[in-house]
Design a protein around this ligand. Sequence first.
Ligand code: N0T
Length: 499
Amino acid sequence: MRARATHTELVVDGKPFLMVAGELHNSTSSAPAYFREAMQHAKSMNVNTVIASVAWEQFEPQEGRFDYSFIDFILKSAREQQLKIVLIWFATWKNGESSYAPLWVKADTKRFFRIRNRSGETMSAISPFCTAAMEADAKAFAALMAYIKAKDTHHDIIMMQPENEAGAFSEMDYNEVALKKYGEAVPQQLVDYLVANRDGLEPELKAAWNQNGARRQGTWAELFGGQHYDAQNFFMTWQYATFMNEVCRRGKQVLPLPMYVNAWLVQFPGELPGKYPNGGPVSRVLDIYRAAAPAIDFLAPDIYLPNFREVCRMYSRPSKKNPLFIPECERTNPGKAYYALAEHDALGFGPFGIESLASDDAYALSFRILRDELLPQIQAHRGTGKMRAILKEGNEDTASVTIGSSRLAIEYLDKGKNAYGIIIQTGNDEFLVAGINFRVAFGSTTGKKVVIGEVQEGGFEQGRWVVHRYLNGDETYHNTFLFARGRSYSVRASGGSRV
Ligand code: N0T
């Protein structure tokens, strides 16, 4: 990871790398032939990166005996298809549960104890307070990283996601050890972070702390207690973050690849922790992860909710060095990839279940243009303020975009369809527009009249702009509008100041 003034980059073999990605279904990496076919299909979807998983239960079927064949066939297919891999470690937690822990772990409920709910009953998931689980998980993960280090000579595995959507389906773990810790002082490490970052804390954490007098000493309940299980949520988060940090730390000691953890998001405002996995990396606890887990590079959202743009804003946090990466997304709109990459300097975007999307649908088409034509443009304009994205999210008919002193009025064309694209100011009076289902009229923030001078319809071949047609007349309403219809357009919006 490389931090720049305005954003963070993922650097692969010395070059910044943007991921047009897709995540595979959960069971796809469980056997070589099935995986190989899925990778072929992923390739036909025009991604450059596949997010694949390794299951702890398959990797370490007996304690201390590792089956490395999974890494072998993942690397083999990655080479064959020339695809990069983000590797998920389905281990102690998968969607809050522990279904991917090996049987020898599952069977030993004493050594690997479970979360207890309010009535004292054991739940199915392993407790984040179980240090034996943390030890076993971290040990296996380090073995995985050692094998990757030895075998991945082409650096095809570029990033790791330890665990998946961690968190407890209870407001609290009522195990004895958890209750004891809950009554102890909040760790100094967190207090120091709160004090040092007082003004920039996430709103809910800040409110809970301030309501209790911004104390610098005391138990979790004394510092954050009040309502909505805030104290319990921050406490549980501290524990999950500590556990996953240790897994990352031990892995990085062997091979320091970037590592992130992903979130099952709060599903609606006010939803209580425990309904969503409590302690997972939801945005309200970004600070707690930052304070507890220096080995976790960033937090990432799995987005199945309609408020895509809002979630992007919550996770794209340059001031906290949290770049946006969307490892999972519902699959209704490939424009979300354009939006995340161009508007939020995202590291990448992946729809969930890339191998079950049809290779003749909108994803394949727009991912091809994005990967082969637009990524270099997007890369070149990150942090310049000259790049914006268009994304119709709901029933809105119009949008307005300002770049420098240019004001662009966007109107969506077919209201029932996806509309998305990017607009980059490439010169004084010159714009690159790529997208679909909208039209643009050019104007200025100073009120000066702007007219379209020339429109080239074209594309990038080997990085060079190639003109397919010159558009005017009916095709631009006599240079009133640029119509984005799924290709790229270079527009001269002539002489704002001269007209
Ligand atoms: C995702 C995926 C996969 C009450 C679901 C989404 C993936 C996991 N979980 O297909 O299982 O491995 O990360 C959780 C969405 C929560 C919605 C809750 C509604």
